[in-house]
Ligand binder design. Structure first.
Ligand code: DQA
Length: 154
């Protein structure tokens, strides 16, 4: 889906889509909360959407905090357009991810499938939100597509 505005030539095109712990289990993991789409289903749609928007997506998942830190730094080194980040449970605990986002000059869009504010109190605090460009949550897998649209527009 595009708003008709082509991405300018020479503009940054790559959007990193980084997924944290347990998101490899999407589709089987608590589907009543996270939905029935697998990460591959989401990735396929994002690739099509990116193509229509004149962007590229680099979609990754890791259960390890350090990989996510490395990939945020890589996004900066590669001058990525932006990062869409679902840090999973690390959202609520990771000062390392908070610091990595602060250290880079790439806008980070925080995404959650569920709405953490409507769940257990330990999910109410996000260490990502204060350093993110913005947050999209509660719309299931659609949140990634909304985030990619946002990435194209700013
Ligand atoms: C999540 C919300 C987190 O609280 C949880 O730990 C996850 C998934 C989401 O996408 O709704 O792993 O980030």
């Amino acid at each position: 889906m595009s708003d008709g505005k082509p991405v300018e030539q020479g503009a940054k095109k790559t959007v990193f889509v980084l997924n944290g712990p347990n998101l490899n289990l999407l589709g089987m993991r608590e589907p009543e909360i996270y939905g029935s789409d697998t990460l591959d289903d989401i990735a396929g749609r994002l690739e099509d959407q990116a193509h229509a928007l004149g962007l590229e997506v680099d979609i990754r998942q890791s259960n390890h905090e350090g990989h996510l830190v490395d990939w945020l730094q890589e996004a900066a080194a590669d001058e990525a357009r932006s990062v869409i980040l679902n840090a999973g449970a690390l959202t609520h605990t990771s000062i390392a991810l908070h610091d990595a986002i602060k250290a880079i000059d790439v806008p980070v869009i925080e995404v959650h499938l569920s709405n953490p504010a409507a769940r257990e109190t330990f999910r109410h605090k996000s260490l990502i939100a204060p350093v993110a460009k913005g947050t999209i949550c509660g719309f299931g897998a659609l949140g990634y597509e909304l985030a990619l649209d946002a990435a194209q527009k700013f």
